[in-house]
Design a protein around this ligand. Sequence first.
Ligand SMILES: Nc1nc2c(c(=O)[nH]1)N[C@H]1C(S)=C(S)[C@@H](COP(=O)(O)O)O[C@H]1N2
Ligand SMILES: [Mo]
Length: 225
Amino acid sequence: MSAALPPGQREREDFPRFGLPPFADRQPVPPFRGSLRLLGRVVEAAEILAPLAGLERIERLSDFHCVTTWSKRNLRWGGVRFSDFYAAHVAPRVAPGAHARFVTAHGLDGYRTTLWLPDLLTDDALLADTLNGAPLSIGHGAPLRLVLPAQYGYKSVKHMDSLGLWDTHPRSQLPALAFMDHLRARVDREERGRWLPAWLLRQVYRPLIPWNVKRFSRGGAAASG
Ligand SMILES: Nc1nc2c(c(=O)[nH]1)N[C@H]1C(S)=C(S)[C@@H](COP(=O)(O)O)O[C@H]1N2
Ligand SMILES: [Mo]
């Protein structure tokens, strides 16, 4: 028995490489350092060389919901809880008395998104390096990605190489596209974007899916040779 999908979502059988069009051709090329840099106003700058090492490994089954309305069910991600990583490596470096409330997650392809820290400290927020029992492919975010099943896919940053910690809300990366970026992006509340209603964003995004899937499959092929 499988539960109904969240409002406005439709199931896909495949799990395409996907994202924001400007990043389609920017798939990073190995070898990867696999480290995570800390940056931002309220944390001591640092490079964590082996971010998962020594932390409890877990596997979690979850559904993945892209804001453009496609969902892929039953993905088995492996890695560590983001909260464990945070407790081990970030919290000890937060400036005394500072309020770490916002996080920017940055990918090697230049992609970036802003998150509300409590959304990263839930039990199902992962730093993942495997998918369905195999090392993460480049298309799906090697060497390391966020997996936030309660949020739309645009918060699950692939190829993550740095994290920023902030006390005030950082500006959007692409100001012209700020309407697409809801701080929390909760799937069950259909927080697809800022300002515009969810029903409108559904209609705008849905017809673009096939075009973008093609765009990203070509972009991935080009970047990996
Ligand atoms: N680094 C990076 N992370 C990203 C994106 C991106 O373009 N670059 N796109 C986001 C969006 S919109 C989606 S739906 C998912 C797609 O993940 P997938 O390619 O593994 O299907 O990645 C998210 N994380
Ligand atoms: Mo997405």
